[in-house]
Ligand binder design. Structure first.
Ligand SMILES: [Zn+2]
Length: 495
């Protein structure tokens, strides 16, 4: 019932310091924090944190559990080329594959000091109770916390981008046009079944809804998803303004920005988290702030896919709740929140020459902990080491090179650390990483299972892969043209 962590140095983010502290945990929640020698009830279990720097578990505000099996598959892919490849990267999965992919994602996150994530998980062609339950089991079995949003659409990528279908040669067009996604009613019925039948502890693993991208979801879908989220009091997560091509397409399709469109549909609210938000203009940012919405900032993925630089400091300053994410490993290609923080800090410095407008390290660390917690809808549960919060802690080895000498723990966690110092990780007061090893996962079995699954899936998806390769040059040319059309803001370095 009681555990005490003794001998560690507790990170003070605002103070850029780390004082010797003991931490008492009761039933998986922080009970009391005090100087060394803290009095504890008899029979309290002791965790020795000598030579450890204690920090809140990092929280990944945007990932894709299905993406772990697709790590490293692409190189010079824009978002649109990635979406073109989506069907073969993530297609043909069995229930076991879905579990395995989420488990691999959880394994990497935990080993790199992340204790909770917002996972937009796709099942093709539509979500299912069994599938979402398998994803939930994977995070539960790993010992991690997760919000799982079934990623859904009722328009294919080719239907979503205005003019793309017409740009295809007739033979390819006929084949692409023969693919249709299920009606949104079907997807939302499956979500309703999953919400009704959810068997996991909702403080550990809960559901949300993930209509994936405005252009890929009809207005009726977006509004129905908003109503369902209200009815079940769950979160909404969507990619928003990720690429220039999407931003231009939004104006073509809606006659207004994507964010203004969502606002007009009544979709923006405190339960909404927008991922990326690179191509939001100042009015869009004000809409997000005024509606109490959150943004998951994914600097690594935005760089990898050439999406542009999101104005994270401007969003933060305008009052938007900001979290940090890695995005899925099919596009980023790892789940390293330390790297995501470092990139968030660094990319904020290429926007403007005035250091006052760069992200400070304590702001970045706040975003990756309490900010992401709020984006997950868990702001009163996790993200801080304070009495009443769940006991999710990362213990960094002070003997690790990136922390020697320890001049400023906050600056070094954000700018110097790369996750190699992560020695122990605790979720809900239980160690899930010990001596740098996962407590609940057999890593060599995981490797064998994943490699066998990927061998099988590579064969099964061969035809889809060949078809995507035929489409790739046409999609690439069309989308570069689309992204070159005028837009009223600039988010690429060259303007
Ligand atoms: Zn994403």
């Amino acid at each position: 019932m009681y555990t005490v962590i003794r001998g560690g140095r507790l990170l003070d983010i605002a103070g850029h310091s780390a004082a010797d502290s003991d931490i008492l945990i009761e039933n998986g929640a922080f009970r009391e924090i005090g100087p060394p020698g803290l009095a504890v009830p008899e029979g309290t279990a002791v965790v020795d944190a000598g030579d450890r720097l204690l920090m809140p578990g990092l929280i990944n505000a945007h990932t894709h559990g299905h993406g772990s099996l697709g790590r490293g598959l692409g190189d010079r892919w824009s978002l649109e080329l990635l979406l073109n490849a989506g069907p073969w990267i993530s297609g043909g999965r069995s229930l076991e594959d879905k579990y395995l992919s989420a488990l691999l994602n959880a394994a990497e996150l935990l080993k790199k000091g992340c204790t909770a994530c917002y996972d937009l998980y796709t099942e093709i062609p539509l979500p299912s109770l069994e599938g979402m339950d398998a994803v939930g089991r994977a995070y539960r079995d790993a010992g991690m916390r997760a919000v799982i949003a079934p990623m859904m659409a009722d328009a294919t990528f080719f239907q979503a981008i205005p003019g793309l279908m017409e740009a295809l040669p007739p033979d390819l067009r006929a084949r692409v046009a023969s693919v249709a996604l299920p009606d949104h009613d079907e997807s939302l019925l499956a979500c309703k079944a999953a919400l009704d039948g959810w068997s996991h502890d909702r403080d550990r693993v809960r559901l949300a809804l993930g209509p994936t991208i405005p252009l890929h979801c009809s207005d009726a879908f977006i509004q129905a998803a908003g109503r369902l989220a209200e009815e079940y009091d769950v979160g909404l997560h969507m990619h928003l303004g990720e690429s220039r091509g999407q931003a231009v397409s939004g104006i073509k399709r809606y006659g207004k920005t994507l964010t203004a469109h969502l606002d007009a549909l009544g979709f923006l609210s405190p339960r909404f988290t927008g991922a990326h938000c690179v191509w939001l203009d100042p009015d869009d940012i004000a809409r997000m702030a005024d509606q109490g919405a959150s943004i998951a900032h994914n600097p690594g993925s935005n760089l990898r896919l050439g999406s542009g630089i999101a104005p994270a400091q401007a969003m933060r300053a305008r009052g938007v709740t900001m979290g940090i994410g890695t995005d899925g490993s099919q596009c980023s290609d790892n789940q390293n929140m330390f790297e995501a923080m470092r990139l968030a800090s660094f990319v904020s410095r290429v926007e403007k020459p005035d250091p006052e407008q760069w992200l400070a390290t304590e702001q970045v660390l706040h975003m990756a902990t309490a900010g992401s917690a709020a984006a997950l809808g868990m702001g009163d549960l996790i993200g801080r080491i304070e009495p009443g919060y769940r006991a999710d802690i990362v213990m960094l080895d002070l003997g690790s090179i990136g922390l020697i000498p320890l001049n400023d723990p906050v600056n070094q966690i954000v700018h110097a650390e790369d996750s190699t110092a992560v020695a122990e990780v605790m979720v809900d007061g239980k160690l899930v990483v010990k001596d740098r090893k996962l407590v609940n996962i057999d890593e060599s079995k995981l490797r064998r299972d994943v490699e066998a699954a990927v061998d099988r899936l590579t064969g099964a998806n061969e035809e889809a892969r060949a078809f995507a390769a035929l489409l790739e040059p046409v999609v690439g040319r069309f989308c570069v043209g689309l992204a070159s059309q005028p837009y009223h803001i600039h988010r690429h370095v060259a303007g």
